[in-house]
Write a protein that binds this ligand. Structure first.
Ligand code: SF4
Ligand code: SF4
Length: 75
């Protein structure tokens, strides 16, 4: 986890369908769709690597089980 971030998000590209819901929903806009295609032919989501707050919104909007895991730094 980046020491300057309150949270961390792990994206499993092989489960992602590239719908972009997480990218739109993320408040600090730290997610994006990659230019490369995953094995299923989708532009999967990726994390910029810092400034995730651990809010969990991306996890709740994602329709694909297992694509997103959110970790939150202990207070
Ligand atoms: S947990 Fe919140 S801040 Fe972090 S990537 Fe998901 S929506 Fe963005
Ligand atoms: S919401 Fe889920 S399926 Fe859609 S782009 Fe994000 S990780 Fe991929």
């Amino acid at each position: 986890m980046n020491p300057t971030s309150r949270g961390h998000v792990e994206l499993r590209g092989e489960h992602c369908k590239g719908c972009g819901l997480c990218v739109e929903a993320c408040p600090p806009k730290v997610l994006h769709l990659t230019t490369q295609l995953n094995r299923s032919g989708y532009h999967s989501a990726a994390y910029a690597g810092e400034r995730c707050t651990g809010c969990g919104i991306c996890f709740y909007v994602c329709p694909e089980p297992g694509a997103i895991t959110v970790l939150r730094r202990a207070a």
